[in-house]
Design a protein around this ligand. Sequence first.
Ligand code: C2G
Length: 126
Amino acid sequence: MVKVITYGTFDTFHYGHFFLLERAKALGTHLSVCISTDEFNLREKGKSAKLNFVDRLRIIKNINFVDEVYAEKSWDQKIEDVVKLNINVFAIGEDWAGKFDFLKKYCDVVYLPRTKDVSSTLIRGY
Ligand code: C2G
């Protein structure tokens, strides 16, 4: 088994998020998705999600190629998650390029191209 992990808010969930998850899964055989909690979003990212954590989790855990879902509660949990879950690949969109290179000590780190012309801001219109 090749275990992949990714992190994000996924609000409001759209096809850019779906394609990211699909490509993350294709890097291995098992995909864990860590979804930012409402508290973490507000406290650390300065954003209030339109869909609350429970609804974002419901959507993502029902995607048939997503194997496990977890809460992302802090920036600092990644090393512990990767070690505890025996992760082989950390994947995230290229808007984060370079930011998580410190994980290379523990697993492969892959920055995937973003899907063009779609974002939650565009969809919500604010
Ligand atoms: N994404 C994408 N294409 C888009 C929009 C988003 O590929 N058009 C990807 C992002 O690059 C990210 C994932 O979808 O990998 C989730 O995006 P966000 O919810 O915006 O993630 P973010 O809030 O930046 O959270 O610890 C890291 C994070 O929590 C990242």
